[in-house]
Design a protein around this ligand. Structure first.
Ligand SMILES: [Zn+2]
Length: 162
């Protein structure tokens, strides 16, 4: 959906370096600054009436996003045409270098993201354990979560993308 935007961003060879925070604030609406490095905005991943989205810049320049309505970081990013690694400042290589690795998660960041998906899987597992049959929507969501956990694990343990 928003992939075109992202590809355009990538292809401009890093003439202008922008922080992950600037990139994200550019793409969300209803942005309000709460404190330095801390913003609220409307979530694009659901029909947001109030600013449900919390956007926070960490000391290392990485951005943490959280939707109080429960959208996952993936859903939020997908709705604004970004990917998980767009939350993290590039390291080791200058911006625009070819084959920039997307493996930019610190252990703490990976843990935070993993926690969100793990909770979902744990709830589903508890339901199944109590004999509750998951609906197709819930099942899809669990499968999605499993995929995300796998992906984060892959990124965090040094997976490389071709
Ligand atoms: Zn949301």
């Amino acid at each position: 959906m928003g992939n075109l935007l992202r590809d355009n961003l990538r292809s401009d060879c890093g003439t202008k370096v922008r922080s992950p925070l600037e990139i994200i604030l550019d793409r969300v609406y209803g942005v309000r600054q709460r404190q330095p490095g801390q913003y609220s905005a409307c979530c694009s991943a659901h029909d947001d009436k109030g600013p449900s989205l919390s956007i926070r810049e960490g000391t290392d320049g990485a951005v943490l996003i959280h939707c109080f309505a429960g959208c996952s970081p993936y859903e939020i990013l997908a709705s604004i045409g970004l990917e998980l690694h767009d939350l993290f400042p590039p390291r080791d290589k200058p911006i625009g270098a070819p084959n920039r690795l997307s493996r930019l998660l610190t252990a703490g960041q990976a843990l935070e993201l993993l926690a969100e998906e793990s909770i979902l899987v744990a709830i589903a597992a508890a339901n199944v354990g109590h004999g509750v049959t998951l609906g197709s929507q819930d099942t899809d969501r669990v499968i999605k979560a499993a995929g995300r956990i796998n992906w984060i694990r892959h990124e965090a343990t040094g997976g490389h993308h071709a």
